[in-house]
Design a protein around this ligand. Structure first.
Ligand SMILES: C[S@@+](CC[C@H](N)C(=O)[O-])C[C@H]1O[C@@H](n2cnc3c(N)ncnc32)[C@H](O)[C@@H]1O
Length: 386
C-alpha cells in the first residue's frame, strides 16, 4: 500500500475509470511520479486554468499533493532558457497527466519479452514504468534536450531503473536496439517518421500523438506495422494534446506579413462559430478540419458577443478572417493566393456530409511512400491525405 493517501486515491481512480489496466498497478506503486519531479515544478491547475509554482522546500505538503494529482506538471520552460520561480512562456518538458500516461501504456499492450522505444524521455517516469514492467534492458528512450536527458537519467538511477537513455532527435528513432515491438511517442508529431515504422517489427505497434498545424488538437494514433515492414495503419484511441516534437513545432505566422491587402475579397457565410470551435476539450472538429484543409493554421479571438476567426496559409501568404456576431450571416474577408475560408467552408461541408464521424470511425494509413491517409470506417474510404 502507498504511504500517501493521495497516491492510493489516484491509483483507485485510475483503476476505477479504466485509465490504468490492472497489470500496471504494481509499477504505479513501485515508481511513483514524485520520484521524477524537480523541487520547483509547475502543475497545471485546471480550476484556474493556470500553471502554479510549487516548491518542495517551502511547501512539501502541496508539492506531494500535486505530484499525486491527475494533472500535467511542467518541468522545463522555453527550452531551458527560463530562469526564476514563476512560470515561463512556453512549456517545453513535462510529466504528463497520470491518466494519459497509463491510458497510453494500456493501449500499447506491452508484455514481458517485448522491446520498446520511447520518444520523449522528459522526466523519465514513463521509461521507469516500462522498465519496471519489462526490465530496463528492453527499454530505450530518446530525449532531444541534453539537460532534460541528464536529469531523467539521474531520476531513473535513483529509482533503480536502467533503460537505455539516448540524447538525440527522436525523429530518426534509434536503430541500435531495433527491431522494436512497440514505439511510443510522448511528443506530438505532424509527420510520422518512416524510421519508426521501419524499426518496428511487422505486427508491432506505433503509438503516437498526431495531427496538423491547424490547431493543437491532436489524436492518439495506434498503428500496426504491416507485413512489408514499411507501412502501418490503425485507428485513433482518442484526443491528445502533447507538446510538439522540437523539429516539428509551428512557427506562428506574423499577422502583418500576411494581411497586407485588407479587406481583400469580402463575402458572407452561413456557418456559425459553433461549427468551427469545439467548446468541449475532447471535441473533434478542429482535428478533422485540419486534416481537410492542408497547410493552414487558425486562431479564434472572442470579444464579448463577437468572435473573429483568423486563418493563415503555411506555404504562402494567404489569409482569411471571419467575424461572427451571432446575428445573420458572418462577414468573410480573404486575401493572398488561396481562398482559405472557402477551403475551410468546403471542408466543413464534406465533414458534415460524412455525418461528422467521431474518433471511433476514423483511421490512418501511413504508406511506404510516407503518405498519411485519413479514412472513415475502412481503409478504402479515404477522406483526405497525401
Ligand atoms: C511531454 S514530455 C515527455 C514526458 C515523458 N514521457 C515523461 O514520462 O515524463 C515531451 C518530451 O519530448 C521531448 N522532445 C521534443 N522533441 C523531441 C524529439 N524530436 N526527440 C526526442 N525528444 C523530444 C521534449 O524535450 C520533452 O522532454
Amino acid at each position: 500500500m502507498s504511504a500517501r493517501p493521495a497516491h492510493a486515491e489516484l491509483e483507485r481512480r485510475l483503476l476505477d475509470t479504466g485509465a490504468m489496466a490492472p497489470e500496471w498497478a504494481g509499477a504505479f506503486r513501485a515508481v511513483p511520479r514524485s520520484g521524477f519531479l524537480p523541487e520547483t515544478m509547475w502543475p497545471f491547475d485546471t480550476a484556474s486554468g493556470q500553471s502554479l509554482t510549487v516548491d518542495r522546500r517551502t511547501d512539501p505538503e502541496a508539492w506531494y499533493r500535486w505530484a499525486d494529482a491527475d494533472v500535467p506538471i511542467t518541468t522545463q520552460w522555453d527550452d531551458g532558457r527560463h530562469v526564476g520561480p514563476g512560470p515561463g512562456h512556453v512549456y517545453t518538458s513535462s510529466a504528463s497527466m497520470p491518466s494519459v500516461v497509463f491510458g497510453m501504456l494500456r493501449d500499447l499492450d506491452v508484455r514481458p519479452g517485448m522491446r520498446v522505444l520511447e520518444i520523449g524521455t522528459g522526466t523519465g517516469w514513463t521509461a521507469a514504468l516500462l522498465s519496471h514492467r519489462l526490465g530496463g534492458q528492453w527499454v530505450t528512450t530518446v530525449e532531444v534536450d541534453p539537460d532534460v536527458a541528464e536529469q531523467a537519467s539521474a531520476n531513473l538511477r535513483r529509482a533503480g531503473c536502467s533503460p537505455r537513455v539516448v540524447i538525440a532527435d527522436g525523429a530518426t528513432g534509434c536503430r541500435d536496439n531495433a527491431p522494436y515491438d512497440r514505439v511510443i511517442a510522448t511528443c506530438g508529431m505532424r509527420r510520422i517518421p518512416p524510421e519508426w515504422i521501419g524499426q518496428t517489427r511487422p505486427g508491432g505497434i506505433v503509438l503516437v500523438p498526431w495531427g496538423t498545424d491547424y490547431s493543437q488538437r491532436d489524436a492518439l494514433a495506434l498503428l500496426v506495422v504491416a507485413a512489408d515492414g514499411a507501412s502501418a495503419r490503425g485507428r485513433f484511441t482518442g484526443p491528445a494534446q502533447f507538446m510538439k516534437a522540437r523539429s516539428q513545432r509551428l512557427v506562428w505566422p506574423r499577422h502583418e506579413e500576411y494581411v497586407t491587402d485588407w479587406p481583400g475579397e469580402v463575402s458572407t457565410t452561413p456557418l456559425a462559430r459553433r461549427d468551427l470551435v469545439s467548446d468541449d476539450p475532447y471535441g473533434i472538429t478542429e482535428f478533422a478540419l485540419g486534416l481537410l484543409v492542408p497547410d493552414c493554421t487558425h486562431t479564434v479571438h472572442d470579444q464579448g458577443d463577437v468572435s473573429t476567426a483568423w486563418f493563415y496559409g503555411l506555404t504562402d501568404s494567404s489569409w482569411a478572417a471571419v467575424r461572427f456576431t451571432g446575428e445573420g450571416d458572418a462577414e468573410v474577408y480573404q486575401g493572398g493566393p488561396r481562398r482559405l475560408w472557402d477551403e475551410v467552408e468546403a471542408a466543413w461541408r464534406r465533414w458534415d456530409g460524412q455525418g461528422r464521424p467521431g474518433w471511433d470511425r476514423l483511421g490512418l494509413t501511413v504508406t511506404a511512400e510516407g503518405e498519411h491517409l485519413l479514412w472513415v470506417d475502412a481503409p478504402g474510404r479515404v477522406l483526405s491525405g497525401g
